[in-house]
Design a protein around this ligand. Structure first.
Ligand SMILES: *[C@@H]1O[C@H](CO)[C@@H](O)[C@H](O)[C@H]1NC(C)=O
Ligand SMILES: *[C@@H]1O[C@H](CO)[C@@H](O)[C@H](O)[C@H]1NC(C)=O
Ligand SMILES: *[C@@H]1O[C@H](CO)[C@@H](O)[C@H](O)[C@H]1NC(C)=O
Ligand SMILES: *[C@@H]1O[C@H](CO)[C@@H](O)[C@H](O)[C@H]1NC(C)=O
Ligand SMILES: *[C@@H]1O[C@H](CO)[C@@H](O)[C@H](O)[C@H]1NC(C)=O
Length: 481
């Protein structure tokens, strides 16, 4: 009986998967375009998402520091540097691993990275002092305003020697170091600026250790509290600095502190553990056995057939892990699975043994990632694309202030904090298409309410999209794996 049910399930999955073939190149273009919709600051003349305009042009002005630019993290208008810098790191890693497959979109990916790094350079311009957030989250979240109209306080929050924040500082170092690799060939002097700053910021993160929670708790929690501590970011930052500079001290730092490595299964804006191990598979170093062993265990833990499986799958085949915005897991774990598959490939197509007789090769990990991508793009029980603007059928009521409200072009008049709620609470589709945005995603039973209020399902974030950029680039050049 059990066998019969399983074989029916498999044939359903195969059917759904084979019905549609996807235009990964189109999805790639859109996944990068999304970042233009999240831009804060002065919008340049080559902006393609034209319904977005200048916003937050006075960020930092009350303290005499230019903090304009950067990205709004999701559907609100706060600049949270902790998840923002992780998103930049993942965009940079996407270009480093898969940039060759991006074609003409690679330039746009570089622009998206630079929009973030230019801001992170401003946020770290004062030695031993780092701005980690702009905007009061409660005031902001209580309003439904276009970024262009925003009139809530734009308070800057910072860390210092006395009030450290090693997790956010080390993640910024990772973002700057990884981005320096990206710009090495197109802008050597900018690349050098980035690496110099990354070096200084990492030194600060390591020397003045502490959690930004401890002093900034009321403003960073419950939004982007540091749950997993800073050890993972210190190792991650050092690993990226090693990759960018090949200075042995950074690798020695990673090895010496490896005992601090946490759960090898976790990866996201807060927890970098699986990312560290998979990144190490791409470094040519000695003393890497512990990390590579963890990377193997992590890869096996993704497979539904593995006895060590540590993720859940919905009946329709989507990966699930705890925490909101579930599609962040599907995109970031798919990214790591693809990077890991390249490692197996470079070792003459090595096969990894997952226990219980389960063996997996590079094709298995690519097929796994492809299943997630295809689900997100519409090969799922609802036939719904979870990427806005891709295919004709996608979420219409995403939890995103700018997208919900009419654009400045359509409605030049000011819409205040409460004026916007009329739109937020209506059942109408959003006024502007935030092309390329991947939303939080369906429930575990593969249903999706398309409801603005339900932000865990309907809100896009930069850290859902950033790893997806690399994943889509890979499938653009390997459409059938
Ligand atoms: C390189 O970066 C610098 C800023 O450091 C910028 O002024 C310059 O325009 C960039 N050059 C190119 C070719 O993009
Ligand atoms: C940060 O705050 C959250 C929420 O209060 C808490 O769960 C977490 O353990 C704190 N993190 C650290 C590293 O203290
Ligand atoms: C890896 O490092 C070893 C020893 O330093 C060196 O001989 C080898 O060429 C390197 N391989 C690659 C692919 O860089
Ligand atoms: C999804 O598409 C398939 C193939 O076209 C179709 O058989 C199925 O009924 C569709 N499902 C829904 C919920 O529209
Ligand atoms: C699917 O799950 C959601 C969330 O748990 C629930 O609200 C909804 O009723 C479920 N739908 C079906 C068809 O089971």
């Amino acid at each position: 009986m059990k066998l019969i049910i399983q074989s029916v399930l498999v044939s359903v999955l195969v059917m759904v998967g084979s019905v549609r073939s996807h235009d990964y190149g189109d999805a790639l273009t859109k996944s990068i375009l999304f970042f233009e919709g999240q831009r804060s600051g002065k919008i340049p003349s080559n902006q393609r998402m034209t319904w977005r305009k200048d916003s937050a042009l006075k960020d930092g002005i009350e303290i005499g520091v230019d903090l304009t630019g950067g990205y709004y993290d999701a559907g609100d208008n706060v600049k949270f540097n902790f998840p923002m810098s992780f998103s930049i790191t993942m965009l940079a890693w996407s270009v480093i691993e898969f940039g060759d497959s991006m074609g003409s979109d690679q330039q746009y990916a570089l622009d998206a990275i630079r929009w973030g790094t230019d801001y992170l350079m401003k946020a770290t311009s004062i030695p031993n002092f780092i701005f980690v957030q702009v905007g009061e989250p409660y005031n902001d979240h209580n309003c439904w305003e276009r970024p262009e109209d925003m009139d809530t306080p734009r308070t800057p929050y910072a860390i210092s020697k006395e009030f450290p924040g090693s997790e956010v500082a080390a993640e910024i170092a990772a973002a700057l170091a990884s981005s320096s690799i990206v710009f090495r060939h197109t802008n050597y002097s900018y690349s050098q600026d980035l690496i110099r700053r990354a070096t200084r910021v990492f030194y600060f993160a390591d020397k003045y250790r502490g959690f930004y929670n401890d002093t900034l708790h009321p403003w960073v929690c419950p939004f982007y509290c540091d749950f997993s501590g800073y050890q993972d970011e210190l190792l991650w930052g050092a690993a990226w600095l090693y990759r960018a500079t090949l200075i042995p001290d950074y690798w020695n730092y990673v090895v010496k502190n490896a005992y601090n490595l946490g759960n090898y299964n976790e990866f996201g804006w807060d927890n970098k553990n699986a990312g560290i191990n998979v990144l190490v598979t791409r470094l040519n170093t000695s003393n890497s056995d512990l990390f590579i062993g963890n990377a193997n265990k992590f890869a096996c833990s993704l497979l539904p057939e593995s006895p060590t499986k540590a993720v859940d799958y919905s009946p329709g085949g989507l990966m699930f892990k705890d925490g909101g915005s579930n599609l962040q897991h599907a995109t970031s774990l798919s990214f790591l699975a693809l990077v890991y598959s390249r490692y197996l490939e470079e070792l003459n197509n090595r096969v990894v043994a997952c226990g219980g007789g389960v063996m997996a090769d590079k094709h298995r990990f690519r097929q796994l990632a492809k299943g997630q991508v295809d689900y997100i793009l519409g090969s799922n029980p609802l036939n719904l694309s979870y990427m806005v603007g891709y295919s004709g059928y996608f979420p219409q009521r995403i939890h995103h202030r700018g997208s919900t409200l009419p654009s400045i072009d359509q409605h030049p008049g000011f819409i205040d904090c409460n004026g916007g709620k009329l739109y937020a609470n209506s059942n109408n589709p959003n006024a502007n298409v935030l092309t390329g945005a991947v939303v939080g995603g369906p429930f575990m039973n593969d249903t999706y309410p398309d409801d603005r209020v339900n932000f865990r399902q309907s809100e896009p974030t930069t850290y859902i999209n950033a790893p997806f950029v690399g994943v889509l680039a890979f499938f653009k050049s390997h459409p059938s794996c």
